[in-house]
Design a protein around this ligand. Structure first.
Ligand code: GLY
Ligand code: MN
Ligand code: MN
Length: 434
């Protein structure tokens, strides 16, 4: 993302906010993993989306129409001693020179400076509840202003959730964002292929995970977008399995859900393949239904269609397939109406994708499903999960957990599958593994 992209975003948001408004965005705090050990820092996506500023201990303030500075960045003061411990920091000079702030102040001075910026403004755009400590400080500043009302100072009367404006912006991706997402998709697809080539019976799930992480980083992605799911056999039926500690067994399937983060944008891919390189008959039967469901869902992702249409298409295919195999009794129509398919397909067919793997953006507007528009990005990820806990199911189906997940960009007349470098065709997968 270049500097102009962040400037454009701030300008657009300020246009929507109008005059007499202030937006306040704190950076996410550092988090401890355990005593003295911090997690790798990753800025909050909303904050980064508007600033491109990678450091913790920062607060961005936007004041549309303010004469000498509309964009003010509070951040750490440059200090050579601190820099010895923490590495480079922008300081006030860098905030202006490199990150486009009109003005910058040390974060330690925020209590003295920020309340004055709220004076005589009507609306404060802020997201409550994400950073509770900061919520308290903001309330404190506002209360301080209230006490000065006799001196003729007005306190902002409205607190408006920043989410609505900002998340609507984040939902439609720009050219630069699409480029980053395609790169994340490409890196992730290659890593999945390498995992297929590496996998064999006797391997530990975390060794396959290591192959994926190695591939991400070798290709220039610093980290995953989320904890990888590498689940063999029964573990493939556990939707959020991330222990990845079991040994992979001959005859089992392996479900891998892993995606890289590249320049703050996520990919999210799932493939399910046989540990020994060859699907057995039962596995293929289920696999083919899931693949068909994904195709049916892709066809429904296009401008004018609404959010739930791909899901409805996937459900129809899955319910029909399970009825035909005898895994659901009765008719397809009844299986859908009574939601009998949910025993085997208990999640939805996708979610928005972007800086966050489960990205922001409303799925409904005024109780109506949102309509697809070009520039939206989402996952399409149907699955069928048959665990040994399912009663009355023949043994040959037990521990078959299959999900196929790809990332798509809504285009003018349909959608573009940006993760298609890693095949979903079962024969092609067997070829890669051979
Ligand atoms: N990897 C999380 C998901 O597929 O939603
Ligand atoms: Mn997903
Ligand atoms: Mn996923």
């Amino acid at each position: 993302m270049n500097k102009a992209e962040f400037t454009r975003r701030r300008k657009r948001l300020m246009q929507m906010m109008g005059e007499s408004a202030v937006a306040i965005l704190p950076a996410a705090p550092m988090r401890l993993r355990n005593r003295d050990v911090e997690y790798q820092y990753r800025p909050d996506s909303d904050f980064y989306y508007l600033t491109g500023f990678p450091e913790p201990e920062a607060v961005a303030v936007l004041i549309p129409g303010r004469k000498h500075a509309e964009y003010i960045l509070f951040c750490r003061e440059y200090n050579p001693e601190t820099a010895t411990w923490t590495g480079h920091m922008a300081g006030q000079e860098g905030a202006v020179r490199d990150y486009g702030a009109d003005d910058s102040f040390p974060i330690d001075d925020i209590d003295d400076i920020l309340p004055g910026m709220l004076e005589n403004k009507q609306r404060v755009y802020y997201t409550m509840g994400t950073h509770p400590d900061f919520d308290q400080r903001l309330i404190g500043w506002v209360n301080r202003l209230r006490k000065q009302s006799r001196a003729g100072i007005h306190t902002p009367g409205e607190f408006v959730s920043l989410d609505h404006l900002l998340h609507d912006m984040r939902l439609i991706k720009s050219t630069q964002e699409i480029r980053a997402m395609k790169k994340a998709a490409k890196i992730s697809a290659k890593a999945h292929i390498e995992a297929m080539q590496f996998c064999k019976p006797g391997t530990k799930e975390y060794q396959v995970e290591a192959t994926i992480l190695h591939s991400f980083m070798q290709q220039g992605a610093r980290s995953s977008a989320y904890s990888s799911i590498v689940g063999g056999g029964a573990n493939g039926c556990v939707l959020h399995y991330t222990q990845n500690t079991d040994t992979l067994k001959d005859g089992d399937l392996l479900l891998i859900d892993a995606g890289a983060e590249y320049d703050y944008y996520a990919a999210d891919i799932t493939r399910t393949f046989p540990v020994n390189g060859k699907y057995n008959k039962a596995q293929r039967a289920i696999y083919d239904i899931v693949l068909e469901a994904q195709q049916a869902a892709f066809e429904r992702v296009k401008p004018g269609n609404h959010w739930n249409e791909p899901h409805e298409a996937a459900v129809e295919t899955i319910a029909d397939g399970l009825v035909k195999l005898g895994l659901i009794k009765g008719t397809t129509k009844k299986a859908i109406k009574d939601e009998k398919y949910r025993k085997f397909y208990m999640h939805r067919t996708g979610h928005w994708l972007g800086m966050d793997v489960h990205d922001v953006g409303d799925y409904k507007i005024d109780d109506e499903w949102r309509v697809f528009e070009p520039g939206m990005t989402l996952t399409v990820e149907p699955g069928i999960y048959i665990s040994s806990e399912h009663k009355g199911v023949a043994k040959k189906w037990a521990n078959i957990g299959i999900r196929i997940e790809d990332d798509v960009l809504v285009t003018k007349d349909g959608c573009d599958v940006i993760t298609s470098d890693v095949p979903t065709d079962p024969l092609e997968i067997e070829n890669i593994m051979a």
